[in-house]
Design a protein around this ligand. Sequence first.
Ligand code: ARG
Length: 310
Amino acid sequence: MSVETAVHDPTDRIGFVPTDTDARSRESTTLLVRPDHFGVSYRINPYMRPEAGADAARAREQWDDLRGVYNDLPARTTVLDPDEAVAGARDRCPAVQGPTQLPDMVFCANHGLALPDERGVVLSRMATSERADEVDYFAAWCEDQDYTVHTVESGPFEGTGDAIWHPGRRLLWGGYGIRTSRAVYDELADLLGVPVLGLELVDKRYYHLDVCFAPLDQSTVLVEPAAFTDASRERIEGCFDRVIEAGPGESESGLACNCHPIDGEHVVMGAGNPETAARVADAGFEVHEVPTDEFQKAGGSVRCLTLSLG
Ligand code: ARG
């Protein structure tokens, strides 16, 4: 069946289900950015309290543990050193800020989106001026690693924070309304040649799609229902056989939905979300919990700290 390469808004009637779309090869590499300059020094989401800051040494330990978890999983990791990447970016763009001014650089989910079946990336356009320069260093790193690099023009786009591939399918879920603009998905549908299912975000606590929506496999999704309009919730229910809700309060208190489903079997999740972890385990997944509370002070957990690449 051929599925229209276009954006399907939450209120549109669609005549397909995800399994009607073409298959896609899995992203095989997980990028992590070293947290050397991590901190909370401005407030661009409700979790951030610059007056309280964050404990850099503890963040480093938690990041090392997170990296260690991947060693035992079927996921290859690669690490970006922010100082090196910024030096590369500065060669191309002398005005770029130094890494010490970019405390959110560790949240690489927001830097781009992997192309569906080739070694390439669509770069983000950050919604906030505080994070804008991060994309220059990421672009420099991508070029060094021989990834083709694409850009979008029509509005802010925060990468896999908002644009999430359906597992194993050439089908993109597109969150919009808080950081990423709806307009950008028309451009992405054309550029990538895929259908996009738009999801409208309405609650500032869930300011990116990846803090309220995690497709665990082709037919199972973990969600925070409060994040979405009614039409968006109905769209999700219509496309997944199993919709698991995060445990009460855990989407906010522990960013429970910001987990990383690896291969339809393993899920890496921030520790401190016992009810959500139990629900996901009951559904047959192996949950690997890792403390991320230092990073949660900036509004991010496991999924924000990782970027899936081809
Ligand atoms: N402080 C960062 C921001 O507000 C956190 C980003 C979290 N990333 C994510 N993919 N949800 O942009």
